[in-house]
Structure formats: C-alpha cells, structure tokens
Design a protein around this ligand. Structure first.
Ligand code: ZN
Length: 325
C-alpha cells in the first residue's frame, strides 16, 4: 500500500539511483521534478531514451536547447564517453532493443548466455552514464523516471549503483484516459504524443504494475506510492521518498504546502511538463470522471478492477481515492 514506508533505508551513499517504475502517464514527471528541487537529487527524466531522443535525434532538452547544444548534456557525454558518439548511441539502442523489453522480464531475473552478454554490455554503458551524471550535476541521487518494468529489472544489473525502487501507481481510469487523449508534443512542432485505446492501456496497466509488484520483492529498499497520495499529502510523501533515496530531510514545497517553484530542467525525455518552469500547483487531473465515456470506463474497470482493489482504489466512478494513512 502507499503507506509502505521505506523503513530501514540506509543513509545516502554515493551512487544511488532512485528508479521510478510503473505505467506511463502516472505522474512521474511532476514527482521527479519536485524531488529534483533537493540539492542532492538530480532528475534527468526518462534516461532510457537518451541514446535515440538525445544523441541520435537531437530533440530538445528540458532547458529548451537541442541536446547537442545543451552544455549540461555535452559535459555528461564528455565525462562518460569522451564525447557523445553516434556509433555508441546506435549500439546502445540496438542493445536496449535486445534486452530491455517487457517480454524479456523473465530472462532479466537471472540473465544467461548470449542474452547475459548483451545485458553486461548495455549496463556497462548505463553505469558510465550514471557516474557522469553524478559528477556533472554534483548530486548523489539520480532519479530515473524511465518507468518500463523491463528497464527496472535491468537496473538491478548495472554495476556500481545502489538501486532504490519507487513503484508509482496512478488509478487505471486516469492513466487510460490520459493515453486516449490528444496531447501536443513540445519537442516536435505539430506532433502529438502517442495515443492508445483504453482497453490496450488497461491491459498494459495490469501487466506493468504486476511486474513491478514482483520486482519490489527483489529490490530493497523499495516503496509503493499512489500518485493520488503524493498530490493529497505532498509534504509527507516527499519525506518518505527522500528517506527511500537516502537523502536528507528537507521541505521542497512552497509555503502554501501545495505547490512547487520549478527551475528549468535538463531532462532528456518525458512528458511535455518537463519543459515548464515557475510555480506549479500540485493537483490531480481527474477529467476522466466527467469526460471518459461510460463504456470506456466500464471496460477499464473490467480489466483492471482486481488490481485496483489491491492498491486500495475505490471502483465507483464518483468515489474519491481513500487516503491510506
Ligand atoms: Zn539542457
């Protein structure tokens, strides 16, 4: 449950990666950017996409500058690899496709043979990237919001990191509604974020969350967090997540206790919210309650209902998410 506090999380050693796992559109961008306000924490966004979105396609960093012109990422590339190389990035994308897919999760528990060779080669690149991010940002904790369960399983094999797992869950109705809507991309003019039909997202929500449930038993310390609890009790939840990452306690909220003041970020990929800066009120997007067609809502609950109950979500459309203390 969301109340599963990270009891016994050791103090912050160098090399901590707080990996946020779960379904896409679960609110990880606003959560990680909030955590990034802590001086010991750096939030580079969805790091698994640095090779293709950053190096190969030169999409804009969260600071608004193209990847190849962002000083921060150029410093990271220099520290990690003596400079970014399209050959290394292409190889990394090939390796990622070979090892980092949902269907590979069973093999990732204990990799063997040629698959293991690919895991070792890819995780060596991730290890160098992680160390460089730490050096250039000066942070001791890197928050990676890649979320894919296969990436989360893969992270267990990255040498030289101390992995902490944050399983972020958002109600299936909110996730499915978000994936069904048209959202403008900020990094490609005229392009829209991917859209998926609700039934497909609902099945994915079940699969992803069940896989991450399994990983929480393998990674210690770990924590299950409902996005809705972060929004309703941000101060308390931030304190728990900082404890999970081994960071010192610190208030990251504005005096109203409900909002954050975000600087420009150097995030490499993720939700368009990564480009915003300035005051940001932490609030739930619950448009699904009024805008989601009845039939779609029924389909989502038919597919995800049993797992929703496991996370303590009410299934009636009008019911608010009970706060788990
Ligand atoms: Zn930047």
């Amino acid at each position: 449950m969301s109340g599963s506090t990270p009891a016994g999380a050791p103090e912050s050693p160098a090399g901590t990666v707080l990996f946020v796992a779960g379904a896409g559109r679960s609110g990880s961008t606003v959560l990680s950017r909030t955590l990034g306000l802590h001086p010991d924490v750096f939030a580079p966004g969805e790091l698994r996409y640095v090779w293709d979105q950053g190096v190969l396609r030169d999409r804009p960093c969260g600071c608004g500058t193209e990847f190849s012109r962002c000083d921060f990422w150029q410093e990271v590339g220099a520290a990690a690899f003596g400079g970014w190389s399209k050959d290394v990035a292409s190889r990394a994308v090939t390796l990622r496709r070979a090892v980092d897919r949902v269907r590979h999760v069973p093999a990732l528990v204990a990799p063997r043979g040629r698959f293991r060779d690919h895991v070792l080669e890819y995780t060596e690149l991730l290890s160098r990237l992680d160390a460089a991010l730490r050096t250039v940002s000066g942070a001791s904790v890197i928050v990676d919001t890649s979320k894919e369960p296969s990436t989360a399983y893969l992270m267990r094999h990255v040498p030289g990191i101390d992995l902490r797992l944050l399983h972020l869950v958002r109600s299936s109705q909110g996730v499915c509604f978000s994936w069904s809507r048209s959202v403008q991309r900020q990094d490609r003019a005229g392009a829209l974020m991917a859209r998926h039909p609700v039934a497909r997202t609902a099945v994915e929500w079940d699969v992803y969350n069940t896989m991450v449930d399994g990983l929480r038993r393998l990674v210690r310390p770990s924590m299950l967090l409902r996005y809705e609890d972060f929004i309703s009790r941000p101060g308390e939840v931030i304190a728990q997540v900082l404890q999970l990452s081994g960071s010192s306690a610190r208030s990251l909220l504005e005096p109203d206790g409900r909002s954050v003041d975000l600087p420009l970020s150097h995030s490499v990929a993720g939700n368009p919210m990564r480009f915003r800066s300035g005051p940001e009120r932490l609030q739930l997007d619950e448009r699904w309650r009024t805008e989601m067609p009845r039939s779609a809502h029924a389909a989502v609950l038919a597919i995800t209902g049993p797992i929703m109950v496991r996370y303590g979500y009410p299934l009636r459309r009008g019911a608010s998410v009970a706060t788990v203390g």
